[in-house]
Ligand binder design. Structure first.
Ligand SMILES: Cc1cc2nc3c(=O)[nH]c(=O)nc-3n(C[C@H](O)[C@H](O)[C@H](O)COP(=O)(O)OP(=O)(O)OC[C@H]3O[C@@H](n4cnc5c(N)ncnc54)[C@H](O)[C@@H]3O)c2cc1C
Length: 416
């Protein structure tokens, strides 16, 4: 049986692409090696933070991180590895950490962030989806005087519609857990939003099933057969051959299929992060999602609990939960916050599919006619998921070449 569109990988990239394909009348199948309950798209912070936030590859990031690494305080770790691709990625990352690139990336983030928020809001309204979504801003908290002053000097935070700079006594209302004496400053970025990412994934999955999308779970795609510039079929771990008119690859940080069978060297590296989800005493729950800038810790309030996320490890794809990392997140947090009991903690690790310039890898394969990528969503995949899904769906539905899509030319890492 030949299917219409088969999507390999059901993270936010795969589900959002399926959503728009299905809306355009295509018959969609999603194949995932797991059961779609624990991918990177589930355990992340759930910040929709495209506004007024620098990309990872921004000026100063390399020197600052190296300084912190030497002091043993860096949230980022680069594991020694023999994988040459990672060093190539790092060189590219350093090249992109400049003012010009940062300015362009921030403008792209803003453009596609606005599109995404509108699309999420449309999904919630039209399809009655419950994402625990709040467009109530993101609080950026500084624990180091130097970084706070540098930030205020660098950016102009005078626009009341976008920013609020907190006085110490005002902060308590937003961040009741804070040890106010130790906090050097805080800025509310009013345009950003947040949601519960796991809830988003489950709601989307349920909606897609109800709309007739086929899910084939716990079945890994092991190989692909390319013939006459077409994917003829893909083969799963259960030795099933799947044929389709079109294939979408959205396998997150995993690039083996694209590399081995499509000769596509995707410039991407897995960057491991952790989350701790727990019940917090009510009186300490923050009002909005909060980033502790100098600690690289995010705290997101959700309907039933609160989630910490932190750490960025490059050079390993081992998903093991390392106790030392969990302890270090807690230790760093409690150094600047009052102590309280964390109940029913759930630890998680996942991998950001990180590109060296924070721009996703989306678009059609230039040699394989019926193959399109929705990959490299990086550290902001939830922030851009619907925008990217709709761009990719538009290529397939309208049989467009990359050059015919302004969005691909602007926001695909294949062309920058
Ligand atoms: C700690 C942390 C915090 C983060 N916080 C935020 C945040 O606040 N805001 C934000 O916007 N983003 C955040 N991110 C980034 C975001 O989570 C990712 O960009 C996004 O989830 C990537 O989605 P994806 O669909 O590309 O990949 P994934 O979610 O990894 O999905 C890929 C899917 O493909 C499947 N798959 C892979 N290979 C195969 C195969 N061969 N066969 C079949 N199936 C396969 C996998 O099982 C998986 O389900 C965070 C990430 C981390 C790690």
């Amino acid at each position: 049986m030949k299917r219409d569109v088969v999507i390999i990988g059901g993270g936010i990239a795969g589900l959002c692409t399926a959503y728009y394909l299905q809306k355009s009348g295509r018959k969609v199948t999603i194949i995932d090696e797991a059961d779609i309950t624990n991918s990177t798209s589930f355990g992340n912070a759930g910040l929709l933070s495209a506004f007024d936030k620098s990309p990872l590859s921004c000026p100063g990031v390399v020197s600052n991180t190296l300084k912190l690494m030497l002091k043993g305080q860096s949230p980022a770790i680069i594991h020694p590895t023999l994988d040459f691709k990672i060093y190539k990625w790092l060189v590219n990352f350093i090249k992109n950490s400049n003012e010009k690139r940062t300015k362009k990336t921030m403008m792209l983030f803003e453009k596609y962030g606005e599109i995404t928020l509108n699309l999420y809001e449309k999904m919630i309204k039209e399809d009655n989806l419950d994402f625990d979504y709040h467009r109530d801003g993101m609080l950026s908290v500084f624990t180091e005087d130097k970084s706070y002053k540098e930030r205020l000097k660098k950016y102009n935070y005078t626009d009341d519609e976008r920013f609020k700079i907190f006085k110490k006594d005002e902060l308590k209302e937003y961040l009741p857990s804070a040890d106010i004496k130790k906090i050097k400053g805080a800025i509310l970025f009013k345009k950003n939003a947040r949601f519960d990412s796991g809830r988003v994934m489950l709601e989307l999955k349920k909606h897609l099933i109800d709309a007739g999308v086929e899910f084939i779970l716990n079945e890994k795609i092991d190989s692909m057969r390319i013939e006459n510039n077409e994917v003829k079929h893909i083969i799963s771990s259960k030795s099933v051959f799947y044929e389709a008119e079109h294939f979408i690859m959205s396998t997150g940080y995993k690039t083996a299929l694209a590399g081995k069978y499509c000769n596509k060297d995707l410039m991407m590296t897995p960057a491991k992060g952790y989350s701790i989800t727990f019940e917090m005493p009510k009186e300490f729950i923050p009002k909005v999602s909060t980033i502790f800038n100098d600690l690289f810790i995010v705290m997101t309030p959700r309907r039933d609990n609160v989630r910490f996320t932190s750490k960025l490890e490059i050079g390993s794809d081992d998903p093991a939960i390392i106790e030392k990392q969990i302890d270090s997140i807690k230790k760093n947090f409690f150094e600047y916050n009052q102590t309280f009991e964390m109940n029913n903690e759930v630890y998680w690790s996942g991998f950001r599919p990180l590109t060296p310039n924070d721009i996703p890898l989306i678009g059609r394969d230039e040699d394989v006619n019926n193959l399109t990528y929705c990959m490299g969503l990086g550290w902001l995949g939830m922030t851009f998921g619907p925008a990217l899904g709709s761009i990719v769906s538009d290529l397939v539905v309208n049989d467009k070449k990359n050059a015919q899509s302004d969005d691909i030319l602007m926001f695909s890492g294949f062309y920058q």
